[in-house]
Write a protein that binds this ligand. Structure first.
Ligand SMILES: Cc1cc2nc3c(=O)[nH]c(=O)nc-3n(C[C@H](O)[C@H](O)[C@H](O)COP(=O)(O)OP(=O)(O)OC[C@H]3O[C@@H](n4cnc5c(N)ncnc54)[C@H](O)[C@@H]3O)c2cc1C
Length: 496
């Protein structure tokens, strides 16, 4: 394996992952390192950073998908960008192996410092049928697909005559009652209600939303009374909230069981199953020689240097969801580490960049310490909940919380250019209403062209003579045979 000739031959700070942590570390260091004769190199399979707190609003159609991502190329002008996945790291020899997105052979990248910022992936359990039927909410593509699916299912169901098929199409299930799950189901519900208002063939009461949560409460980020209020709020919107309930199987129909005794709870069919029940540290880090803790995160000191039982590992740093960063305020997870969220990731990135730069000049490093500012959540237009810790704790519900949610995230969205795009999108939607147009065939964009470009089949080979006559007659608008075509079948075929 050789170093790619495309790589710059300068002392390198290699940033693994260009999400929250990676983007900010590169932004803060790229000019300094370049001016000192080095280079910041960022490797990510995606050409953009995803602002994950906006994914529910993208799924709900309130934010344009491209506005919720930040282009690496546009904003990291002094950074060497490589689109690809780091597959292994040999820190003893200061090299990382990358599988480039161009599909070519793996390349080996030498570095001086490394920053581990590859985040987390969705955590699932071995539930039958889940991998085939479910979808997560961790990427912009999933959020786009969800929006289109909700709108497409409503449109398709509106011409279905079979009650069971119609109910299946109109049932939307979210597993996981954390922030992401609650924001997702409420945004989807808001979107669906708007779409149904435009469709006289569907009644609001036909659309079913089910939230499944294994614990006895939802949203651990807010207080218990606020969480109870959220449950009541969801139920007042017709969303079924099933606490102490778990998905047992998704093979065919969805089978739910009660916890902890695992007794039967419910069984029904649903075309849409969203899984938001937790995240886990990116498993790529297991292919490295860095010390990991029991949950698979990289062990770091409060100053964000990686350290194991043998002590500090020089020139190795980590932050964000992939790192077990000690929470010096004492308000983190039970194991004393920071909660994996954007609030910490952003601030850890800034501290890490300062410490890495200081280490180059043998200056003292500072520990990361941040008191949680609370949480804000949006539940669709003018609805939300917030638990803000500034001077004392402020609990908000309804429109005020929703405004706090939009205000906070509008400002927290990285780069001025993206903030403006998102905020102008909100303003446009306020005056022009929600856009409920689904985009179809995104998974097969060449379908129409391929059908048009395919050579016509000889008539005799296409069908037996008697059938050919019928099909030709049915194709003539207004012909008696045309009415014989079952509209249900044609809609179902379209939906495929
Ligand atoms: C739906 C949702 C809503 C959320 N809402 C909130 C919220 O309201 N408030 C809040 O504080 N937090 C929220 N979070 C959590 C927050 O987004 C994360 O904590 C934060 O993004 C973590 O930042 P990170 O840089 O560690 O990881 P990420 O931002 O996930 O970035 C990781 C990057 O690494 C890249 N990568 C993956 N594998 C490799 C590899 N092998 N090689 C190279 N690169 C790789 C990925 O493509 C990605 O770009 C939400 C998360 C989700 C999913």
């Amino acid at each position: 394996m050789a170093t790619s000739p495309q790589l710059q031959d300068r002392p390198r700070v290699l940033v693994v992952g260009g999400g929250y942590v990676g983007l900010y570390v590169a932004l803060k260091l790229q000019n300094k390192i370049a001016n000192a004769g080095g280079i910041v190199t960022l490797v990510d399979p995606l050409p953009y950073m995803t602002y994950q707190p906006f994914l529910p609003e993208v799924a709900g159609g309130n934010i344009e998908a491209r506005h919720a991502v930040v282009s690496h190329r546009q904003h990291l002008k002094q950074t060497e960008l490589i689109q690809g996945s780091v597959t292994s790291i040999d820190h003893a020899n200061r090299t990382a192996v990358v599988a480039p997105a161009d599909g070519g052979g793996h390349i080996e990248i030498p570095y001086f410092d490394i920053v581990i910022a590859a985040g987390a992936i969705t955590r699932t359990f071995p539930i039958k049928g889940l991998a085939d039927k479910g979808i997560g909410l961790k990427t912009i593509e999933e959020a786009v697909a969800l929006r289109n699916k909700v709108l497409e299912r409503i449109e398709v169901a509106s011409t279905m005559t079979d009650p069971a098929a119609r109910a299946k199409a109109l049932t939307f299930v979210v597993v996981g009652g954390g922030f992401a799950g609650i924001e997702c189901i409420t945004e989807m519900e808001d979107l669906a209600r708007a779409a149904v208002r435009n469709n006289p063939r569907i009644k609001q009461e036909e659309v079913r939303f089910v939230l499944v949560e294994a614990m006895g409460r939802i949203m651990p980020e807010v207080t218990a009374p606020q969480a109870e209020w959220v449950v009541e709020h969801l139920r007042s919107r017709g969303i079924e909230v099933l606490l102490n309930t778990s998905l047992d199987s998704a093979e065919g129909s969805l089978k739910l069981i009660n916890l902890p005794d695992k007794s039967f709870a419910q069984e029904f069919e649903a075309d849409t199953l969203v899984w938001t029940a937790g995240v886990q540290a990116n498993p790529m880090i297991r292919s490295s020689d860095f010390p990991l803790e029991p949950r698979g995160r990289v062990r770091v000191l409060p100053d964000l240097r990686i350290a194991g039982d043998e002590g500090i590992i020089e020139n190795a740093w980590a932050a964000g969801d992939i790192a077990a960063v000690p929470d010096l305020t004492g308000s983190g997870l039970p194991d004393g580490t920071c909660v994996p969220n954007a609030q910490h990731a952003l601030r850890q990135a800034k501290r890490l960049a300062k410490n890495l730069w200081a280490s180059r000049w043998d200056k003292p490093l500072k520990d990361y310490k941040h008191k949680n500012l609370g949480a804000v959540a949006g539940f669709g237009e003018w609805k939300g909940v917030a638990n803000i810790s500034l001077v004392g704790r402020i609990g908000l519900k309804g429109p005020l919380a929703w405004l706090a949610h939009r205000g906070y995230h509008g400002m927290a969205m990285p780069t001025v250019e993206r903030k403006i795009r998102v905020i102008f999108g909100w303003i446009l939607a306020f005056f022009m209403g929600r856009d409920t147009t689904p985009l179809v065939h995104l998974d097969n964009p060449r379908g129409a062209f391929a059908a048009a470009a395919a050579p016509p089949k000889p008539a005799a080979a296409a069908a037996p003579a008697a059938d050919t006559r019928e099909v030709a007659a049915a194709a003539r608008p207004g012909s008696a045979e045309a009415t014989k075509v079952d509209p249900k079948q044609s809609v179902t075929a379209d939906a495929k």
